[in-house]
Design a protein around this ligand. Sequence first.
Ligand code: IPM
Ligand code: MG
Length: 376
Amino acid sequence: MAYKVVVLAGDGVGPEVVREGIKVLHAVEEAYGIDFDLVPYPCGGKHYLETGEEWPEVAFESCRTSDAILLGAIGYPGANLPDGNLAGAGVVFGLRFGLDLYANVRPTKLYPGVKHKIHDGLKEVWDPGKVNFVIVRENTEGIYSPIRGILKRGGVEEMAIDNRVTTRKGAERVIRFAFELSHRREGAPLDGRKRVTCVDKSNVLDGCRLFRRVYDEVAEEYPDVDRDYAYIDAFTQWMMRGPEAYDVAVMSNLFGDIATDLAAVLQGGMGLATSGNIGDHHAMFEPIHGSAPKYEGQDKANPMGAVLAVQMMLEWLGEKKGDGSLLGASAAVEAAVRSVLKGGKRLTYDLGGKAKCSQVGDALADAVKRAVASPG
Ligand code: IPM
Ligand code: MG
């Protein structure tokens, strides 16, 4: 039986990095005898400009009946909906909200040999063991709720409102997800302690006070996981100054959006940053870097974020289906990323190398096949 994977390559460099992700998936098929039924749909801002729709109408239903979804990036210069929204965002939000993908899981991991990206970071290698935490971003409410509008357009009394929604159900399920994740992990690099950090702004916002109260309730069920609290403003600097203290951090939608771009600096930049949008029944996986239109068509973008999205997809699917070969394949893909990074010869420009996107994809696919040919 084949696993159905809907592929939404999208805009800008999306199709290029997704192509390399698929290359690695084909290597997995060959090496592990797993079949994927890949179902592609066009989508995004450019598609909107050409057709007047963000994605074909059938695509959502196809995603709903898929085993997993892989997305490249959306966003194209000048492509906006009549209401001003980014054309293509309807795909991302259509899936996050429509399939109830409430946990946006964003690992921040510094692999050996990779230089962090803090000012002049290309000169410096850190102890990779220091950066290994996961931000779990609430993905279906917060200030991303569609309860917003413009009351008055133009003039000195111009006014716009974005409502920030926090529900007990929304908080509880994402916080529980974070504790379950910590429970399965090895703990923070600093002390090996399992820890979930509740990141909020409960010194000011009511929604955050509710979030923190629910956090305390859920924490009671996980005596093996340390409690930890941080206000989002302080968290951003602590995360940069002492990332080794963190294991899992859970936070509301916009805080997580901002914190994860910043966190990517600790792991060598956006080129390596990946994410899984995960619900109880469905999941969509995407690199975090976005469509980067200025690099479109140059075979230049780092495909590792997309390949790591494939790796997360294999792991999630493997656990969901109880399929050990998918889990083995996931480990092999991560090992391939590690070995190509460590080798240092096949790196894209953002990591100080000269390789093209497709060459990195070739190297990763080869490494996956080699790993199976000579296990261990
Ligand atoms: C992200 C992105 C999206 C978001 C954009 C593209 C709508 O920044 O996935 O982090 O804000 O969630
Ligand atoms: Mg973002």
